[in-house]
Design a protein around this ligand. Sequence first.
Ligand SMILES: [Zn+2]
Ligand SMILES: [Zn+2]
Length: 148
Amino acid sequence: MLCPRDGSELVAHTDQTRSAFIDHGISHCPSCSGMLLNADAAANSMTESKLKKMHEAFSSDCEEVDLDCPCCNSKMRVRNIVFKRINGTDMEPIEIDGCPECNTFWFDAGELQRIVNPDSKPYDDTAVESTALALALEILLQLPFVIL
Ligand SMILES: [Zn+2]
Ligand SMILES: [Zn+2]
């Protein structure tokens, strides 16, 4: 699969050292550090209903973006989603690209970095970065969210 932003070959994220809610379905781009989430592969009992709700939001009417879904080549769409922190406060809205056809979502690196690392110091190690961003993605999926 190719990165929808820059066409680099996506790398499956397999880090056996962390305890993962999601064992499969996350790939990252070595060039732009974006994350692809394939919900069919990633869904488990904890995340299934949330991913379904997220997918439905992209199937309904929303703005198309100039990104081709890496999985099925449909034009992706964009939505802003607000996640709630564990203390009940709202995070800044995150822009997520989603495929209206298949269960695929794209997270630009910057969107996830704002969560893990709000001071946005650049990571000098891409492996460390991809682990941090994948972890952020997994944590997000455990939180309640509102689709704008
Ligand atoms: Zn990329
Ligand atoms: Zn698709």
